[in-house]
Design a protein around this ligand. Sequence first.
Ligand SMILES: [Zn+2]
Length: 242
Amino acid sequence: MNAHGTQLSLFETRSSTDLFAVRVSPRARRLTARVHVGGRVEIVVPVGVSPKTVRDFVNRFTPWIDRKVAAMQCVSVPEAAVPVAVEFAFSGERFDVDWIVATRRNLSFQGDRLVVQAPDDGVARLLLQGWLKRAAAERLAPNLLRLADELKYSVARVAIRCQRTRWGSCSTRGTVSLNCSLVFLRPEVVRYLFMHELAHTKHMNHSANFWRLVERLEPDYRSLDRELLAGWRTVPAWVFKS
Ligand SMILES: [Zn+2]
């Protein structure tokens, strides 16, 4: 079956070979047809609309849907250019990604599905990268500040960066910079990175004193530091792709 979705309620046969998914959405105000990359057809239906009304709608728009499907089946997407799902190991969250080819640029949520409307994969990725930065800030910054509070360290500001080179850094003014890709790592490893940066607010180097402090904060720091270093491998390719 070429359809998916948690709110899927029924299938309708459009022709002998093609199926389309009908999704009842409490937020939909009118019937809409969506053709996804690859040619999957989805009919979004407001609550309370009868199957007959849906069938009439599909019949009326069949020529349009067929044209769209033909176009969408020709869109070839390079591997991993746009992810089908995004998983945050840090928070245990998973978001299915629906990329719809459209002239408008928009990113929105339908439940925990991330719907990206973009004319091409580059723009779709850009929208996802922007969302990742915001999502990472929401999840990481309050956690770091809470830990700093608990341990009585002062952090002046938290900045979120999406660079490929480092997981975090700390300035003499007390700004801790965190990499947005930390959300792809286990919470224990992220917590270690937080400790590491907090220790840098006392020692702006990797001296023996610095590591003694880190060890006091996190006795298991050696294996966590190794896991952090290897963590780049768990960051999906789309995050850094331009
Ligand atoms: Zn360091």
